[in-house]
Design a protein around this ligand. Structure first.
Ligand code: NDP
Length: 404
């Protein structure tokens, strides 16, 4: 075990406004030890929390304080992440390790990295390290790791919920009940069955493939685009149609779901031009990253009817300012970024962060499947799914959330 005493800075979302801990709705969660395909769920030596606890907020501390302080390290947890006077920006200057979550991302820009000369490891508590300037991490030889697969299935469930919610017009119908109405015609004039529709995913990685598998029993026609083609057996088993470009896929699909990481190749992929190539009245579901879609183009397409609905839980920046058009555009089913931070998912990604820290502190290798950047280059999963570059540009707009 390394004797060096480190400072670990952890940025988590705020506690519930009704107080912490919440009154839990259930007493337990299922134990998931392996993911589809066989990868094992996190295997830390020990955890200091009960599965199912709220760990992703400030008081939850990812269940790490006892472990880190017993080893003599300094552990700072804050939700104050935006702007030059934030706790994050003050504490970063002598931090060795930074932990952040995509739901409430502490944007680790090149400017911030330049202020953190001791920084050696950036851990994403979840999946998707686009809030880190990966180019700067490569240049400064900072290791970037995330907890691959920890919440992929959680997100796929959210995608299915959102597809059904949009196509069947669930939220507006629910709202008629809340408004004491019984307005059946108002509800059903935008309500369809998904059966028989063409449903396609942009990217068929862990989440995309899980969405395809979950949509299969709805008797839809399944389509996908990915940089690498799935095995022939998988295509046959699910009856998949592969498209060689995103354009070819969107032309034929009634529902498109985006499940690719945000990196220079996918930033702004769904701009006005791409949305213009979709079928009129298509539905777009994006739980991948907000910046993959042009915010104004999405809002305009909903207003003109080019899109019948848009849903997802990822925005740019996060938190989005109060005047972000996705809060008020018609026919949307947005949630804040929650799909990958259910209590079930938190147990897995908190365990995964603990596993990564145990490895780092004990000089043991971090699993290849968790690595995004190592030794000045994209590594592990990162080398397969990401491209070099930076997608954090414009993230300082997140400080407007506090002002408005
Ligand atoms: P995976 O790495 O398993 O899958 C990503 C897939 O995207 C891979 O198949 C990869 O292709 C593909 N891909 C990469 N670049 C492109 C591109 N330019 N065009 C098409 N496909 C591309 O990750 P997950 O499925 O687990 O997660 C995907 C993303 O979802 C994450 O990166 C994250 O941004 C987001 N996410 C969101 C969460 C939420 O809470 N809303 C939680 C978890 C993840 P290949 O490997 O074949 O090169």
């Amino acid at each position: 075990m390394s004797k060096e005493k480190l400072k670990i800075l952890c940025v988590l979302y705020d506690d519930p406004v009704d107080g912490f801990p919440p009154n839990y709705a259930r007493n337990d969660i299922p134990n998931i030890s392996n993911y589809p395909g066989g990868q094992s769920a996190p295997t830390p030596e020990k955890i200091d929390f009960s599965p199912g606890e709220l760990l992703g907020c400030v008081s939850g501390e990812l269940g790490l304080r006892k472990f880190l302080e017993e080893r003599g390290h300094t552990f700072v947890v804050t939700s104050d992440k935006d702007g030059p006077n934030s706790v994050f920006e003050k504490e970063i200057v002598d931090s060795d390790i930074i932990i952040s979550q995509p739901f409430w991302p502490a944007y680790l820009t090149a400017e911030r990295i330049a202020k953190a000369p001791k920084l050696k490891l950036a851990i994403t508590a979840g999946i998707g390290s686009d809030h880190v300037d990966l180019q700067a991490a490569i240049d400064k030889e900072i290791t970037v790791a995330e907890v691959t697969y920890s919440n992929s299935i959680s997100v796929s469930e959210h995608v299915v919920m959102m597809i059904l919610g949009l196509v069947r017009n669930y939220i507006p119908s629910y709202n008629w009940v809340i408004k004491n109405g019984w307005n059946i015609a108002d509800c059903v004039s935008r309500s369809y069955d998904v059966e028989g529709m063409n449903v396609g995913t942009v990217a068929a990685g862990r989440i995309g493939l899980a969405v395809l598998r979950r949509m299969k029993p709805f008797d839809v026609n399944l389509h996908y685009y990915d940089k690498h083609r799935l095995p022939k057996e998988t295509e046959e088993e699910l009856g998949l149609t592969f498209h060689s470009s995103v354009e070819e896929l969107v032309k034929v699909c009634d529902v498109v779901t985006i499940n690719a990481p945000l990196h220079p190749e996918t930033e702004n992929l769904f701009d006005g031009e791409m949305i213009g190539k979709m079928k009129r009245g298509a539905y777009l579901v994006n739980t991948a990253r907000g910046k993959i879609c042009d915010r104004n183009a999405v809002a305009k397409a909903l207003e003109t009817g080019q899109l019948a609905g848009y849903a997802g839980d990822v925005w740019f920046p996060q938190p989005p300012p109060k005047d972000h058009p996705w809060r008020t555009m018609p026919n949307h089913g947005m949630t804040p970024h929650i799909s990958g931070t259910s209590l079930s998912a938190q147990t897995r990604y908190a365990s995964g962060v603990r596993e990564i820290l145990e490895c780092w502190l004990d000089n043991k290798p971090i699993r290849d499947e968790y690595l995004i950047v190592k030794g000045g280059r994209l590594a592990g999963v990162g080398a397969h799914s990401y491209s070099e570059g930076n997608t954090t540009g414009g993230s300082d707009e997140s400080s407007r959330f506090k002002e408005s």
